[in-house]
Write a protein of this length. Structure first.
Length: 250
């Protein structure tokens, strides 16, 4: 015969199961409603003025390839983004900057601190993608290709420290508003620059860093480990490497 304590434990466990099922059902109903049961095609500004920090969407949400996601998180309120989002299937209409999936994707997220890898594909345009994200510290990964155009991509990203690229940077790229870039981030940026040495594009394109970032980088390369132990792929110091690749630096 079960004791009173055992019966109470069983009741509590059953109540928890009922609660958990109710919460799961509510979560599913919410997502079904937000996506119109997977039939929604326009997600423009879907998360505008919302805060989903600390929330994980069920089953790894994937946006359909024929859905519009420009300005998806524009003016989002949270410090972090909802987890569980997979954008590897995002639309690839890059016929113009305003049609690119990345158009103002995180524009005006004034409190956002971290953008995790949502498996976003490389776009032809990063137009205003992180425009006016003054507290953004980390962009886990940004995929690019040689023809990707960076148009006001990092304007007012004044807290940006960490960024990693995958692919090739082949056009002008500007980090003038980001004085806190780490050494590793600057090395990563430079290591992904297209090699235009000896080509018709030699010294056509420009890498722009803030004066503070250049000062930090110069100190590292002249007085720090970058002077002897941590050299660029060509064996020279890192601050010289962009010029070796045929890039202007300002």
């Amino acid at each position: 015969m079960n004791t009173i304590a055992e019966k109470l434990t069983t009741i509590a466990e059953n109540e928890q199961k009922v609660y958990d099922k109710g919460a799961d059902d509510a979560n599913t109903r919410f997502w079904d409603g937000l996506t119109a049961f997977g039939e929604r095609k326009n997600y423009n500004s879907c998360f505008r003025y919302t805060d989903f920090s600390g929330i994980t969407f069920p089953n790894g949400v994937m946006f359909p390839s024929d859905a519009s996601i420009t300005t998806l998180f524009s003016t989002y309120y949270g410090e972090t983004l909802p987890l569980g989002i997979d954008m590897s299937n995002a639309p690839v209409d890059n016929s113009s900057a305003s049609k690119s999936w990345a158009y103002r994707l995180f524009n005006g997220c004034e409190h956002l601190k971290y953008v995790y890898d949502m498996k976003l594909p490389a776009g032809d345009y990063y137009s205003g993608t992180f425009y006016n994200c003054p507290e953004l510290e980390t962009i886990e990964i940004l995929r690019t290709k040689a023809k990707t155009i960076f148009d006001d991509t990092f304007v007012e990203c004044r807290a940006l420290k960490n960024i990693s690229f995958e692919g090739v940077i082949g056009t002008d790229i500007n980090f003038q508003y980001s004085p806190l870039l780490t050494i590793e981030s600057m090395k990563n940026i430079i290591s992904h620059l297209a090699d235009y040495s000896g080509t018709e594009n030699e010294f056509v394109h420009t890498l722009t860093l803030s004066s503070d970032s250049w000062d930090t980088f110069n100190d590292y390369c002249i007085w720090g480990d970058g002077s002897s132990y941590d050299l660029a792929p060509d064996g020279d110091i890192w601050v010289n490497y962009p010029y070796t690749l045929g890039w202007n630096c300002v």
